[in-house]
Write a new protein. Structure first.
Length: 159
């Protein structure tokens, strides 16, 4: 950007050095053109500076997100499948779903896959889809074969 502002400053210097009579229309026009070019060069320089700051911030956020992904998903970059075009959670290794404490459901509102924490079922708080922000109502049927008092740990009444 220095070259653009330098070039405009050079043109302004040439114009000032010519000591033109700015009362004449053509000289007045030339002076206004150089003045406008100077303002444009400054604006471009400001935009370029803001863009550099945004690029640095995006890079920092990308690094922070990478750190969070490693912590949350407990995986390395090799665990992510870049060839998968589906918007589901195949990036995770689901061999240990029960150990993770999560299960996957499809949101009935937006049809996107959503990971739900088993502990969220114990809370009275509604489950909200992170994609469409709509509440997901779950109907959970207990598959246990117990009668009366349930020893399986589920919270459902058995009759």
């Amino acid at each position: 950007m220095d070259s653009l502002t330098s070039k405009v400053a050079y043109l302004k210097g040439l114009l000032d050095g010519m000591e033109l009579d700015t009362t004449k229309a053509e000289n007045k026009l030339l002076a206004k053109i150089v003045e406008t070019m100077e303002e444009i060069a400054e604006a471009v320089e400001d935009v370029a500076y803001a863009n550099e700051e945004l690029e640095e911030l995006a890079h920092e956020l990308d690094e922070d997100l990478h750190d969070v992904e490693e912590i949350v998903y407990d995986c390395d970059d090799d665990d992510f499948d870049d060839d998968d075009d589906d918007d589901n959670f195949d990036i995770l290794d689901y061999d240990d779903d029960e150990d993770m404490g999560f299960f996957e459901i499809q949101c009935p509102n937006c049809n996107e896959d959503v990971m739900v924490d088993f502990d969220a079922l114990d809370d009275d708080a509604p489950i909200i889809c992170p994609n469409c922000r709509e509440e997901i109502e779950l109907e959970i049927d207990c598959d246990c074969d117990c009668e009366g008092d349930c020893d399986c740990g589920c919270d459902h009444d058995h009759e």
